[in-house]
Design a protein around this ligand. Structure first.
Ligand code: XUL
Length: 515
């Protein structure tokens, strides 16, 4: 059996699979807000950060790991787990002093993780992916490197506020002594992997690419990017390695405390998005994952590492080999909910509007679907922009408004993912709004490809468990065909004879005019 651990923004989950029978054996999730209220982080981070700062307490992740394993051990015999794989929310970083190596190697099973790690932090809190406080550092790094195009060509992304490099630079500038006393900087993924393995674990090529520090082509730390970020950084970073490669045996702490076998091996962890790509069965190019959450994300496997010429998209290492792209859209459910509330609708009205009350192309009524600032494209929108009939532009006809919003969201997505240049064979739709057939139909029509929804909700934890199976020597594709099945009757075909080419051009023109 293989255990996958995913530490996401709001919870830490464990999922156990049997690689031979194709069975999901057990699942346990610890919610940071409701299960660990003592950390004062109802949504997984410390509230009240100023100037865009969003930090979390790394002790909370440790407490959640102890709690999850305790609970999981009641559901499944942990001595039967042969390998552990894992993933973590991307970009977040953990700062440890020189005593950490010794501490990791000697964790006492008669105590807990939080109290034993108390003296190892060189920075008490961890900036996470929601942090937008490093605009100045992004500009400085880009300038030193000769421009953002150069940073993007090397690292797969332009300098991005939430990425780890700019966060490290800010720490060095604001707290030089604490930076100096930091001997190792981990990502959330490599930190938890280090705890489980009892030694400093590597960062994988998937999560490592979300730092603005790794050279995509060589898969090594890029010495010029390191230098442009902070002094002496190379010495503070772990090695880079492939997700799922063996780090070592599980630490004795977990053997004695939770009954893991001393033979159990820990594999290199990855980021939650690369793990989701694995868990959705979408590592091979041609399959696209669209995740409809608070923000929407689009990610897909790529064979080559070309980067987004407009600088909105990111390229990461793909745990299945090669590369993957990821593009985030801030106005996802935020915008869908804003329109729903504005017109006093419910989600079934979205279904009706999209499936029976309106038609593809929306009779030329178009919307730039942004209710607040957007990152793809980057612009501080305040409200949507409408173009079309007088009644529509003045805000009338809720059905037309719903279709315009949804078509606008997916036209915007199509427009900003065309640089990937792949033929889309299949779209895997996930996240809260993916259950809505009306939304799924519009996705199928705009992209001209069938849409499927998977049976399992937690694709990152499943991906982590599949990576665990890979650590044990299983073939990733074989594991994906065993575990990544579409839910029954979930497939939606594109409507025959529909083309969105003209709508896409009209959308691009409207956007060009407004930006
Ligand atoms: C991706 C990103 C988020 C985090 C949290 O770039 O910032 O998706 O991985 O899940």
């Amino acid at each position: 059996m293989h255990l996958g651990i995913d530490s996401s923004t709001q919870s830490l989950s464990g999922l156990v699979i049997n690689g031979t029978t194709g069975e999901i054996v057990a699942e346990k999730s610890v919610n940071f807000g409701s299960d660990l209220p003592q950390y004062g982080s109802p949504q997984g981070f410390l509230p009240g950060g100023i100037d865009g700062e969003v930090h979390a307490n790394p002790c909370m992740w440790l407490a959640a790991l102890d709690r999850m394993l305790l609970e999981l051990g009641k559901l499944v015999d942990l001595s039967k787990i042969s390998t552990i794989g894992g993933s973590g929310q991307q970009h977040g970083s953990v700062y440890l002093n020189a005593s950490a190596s010794e501490r990791l190697a000697n964790l006492d099973p008669h105590s807990d993780l939080v109290s034993q790690m108390q003296s190892v932090w060189s920075r008490g809190t961890s900036p996470i992916w929601m942090d937008t406080s490093t605009g100045a550092q992004c500009r400085q790094i880009a300038e030193t490197m000769g421009g953002d195009a150069e940073v993007c060509a090397r690292s797969g992304s332009t300098t991005i506020e939430r990425f780890t490099g700019p966060q490290i630079r800010k720490f060095w500038q604001q707290h030089p002594e604490s930076y100096e006393s930091t001997s190792r900087i981990h990502l959330v993924s490599s930190f938890l992997c280090s705890i489980l393995a009892g030694c400093h674990a590597p960062i994988d090529f998937g999560d490592g690419a979300g730092m603005n520090l790794m050279n995509l082509a060589s898969r090594q730390w890029d010495s010029e990017l390191l230098e442009a970020t902070a002094p002496g950084l190379r010495m503070k970073l772990p090695e880079l390695s492939a997700a799922g490669s063996v780090v070592g045996a599980v630490a004795e702490y977990f053997v004695i405390k939770y009954g893991f076998s001393p033979e159990c091996r820990v594999g290199v962890f990855t980021g939650d998005n690369p793990a989701s790509l694995v868990g959705m069965g979408a590592t091979s190019p041609g399959q696209v994952v669209i995740s409809l959450g608070t923000s929407d994300t689009f990610f897909a496997g790529m064979t080559q590492a070309f980067t987004d010429p407009r600088g909105f998209g990111h390229v990461f290492g793909n745990p299945g080999g090669g590369y993957m792209c990821l593009v985030c859209f801030r106005n996802g459910s935020l915008a869908r909910e804003a329109l729903r509330d504005q017109y006093g609708l419910d989600w079934s009205a979205f279904d009706r509007a999209a499936l029976s009350q309106t038609h593809p192309g929306n009779q030329g009524n178009l919307m730039l679907p942004f209710f607040g600032p957007e990152i793809t494209p980057r612009r501080d929108f305040e409200r949507p922009v409408r173009q079309g009939s007088e009644a529509f532009v003045s805000g009338g006809n809720p059905d037309l408004q719903v279709r315009a919003l949804l078509e606008g969201q997916f036209l915007n997505m199509k427009l900003h993912t065309d640089w990937i240049g792949i033929h889309v064979d299949r779209i895997l739709l996930t996240g809260g709004a993916s259950r809505n057939d009306g939304i799924a139909q519009i996705v199928a029509d705009v992209f001209g490809a069938p849409v499927e929804r998977l049976a399992i909700a937690n694709s990152a934890a499943l991906g982590a468990a599949i990576l665990g199976a890979v650590t044990a020597g299983h073939d990733m594709n074989a594991m994906q065909s065993k575990f990544c099945h579409p839910a029954q009757d979930s497939r939606i075909e594109p409507t025959p004879g529909i083309s969105y080419d003209a709508a896409l051009s009209a959308y691009a023109e409207l956007l060009e005019r407004e930006i």
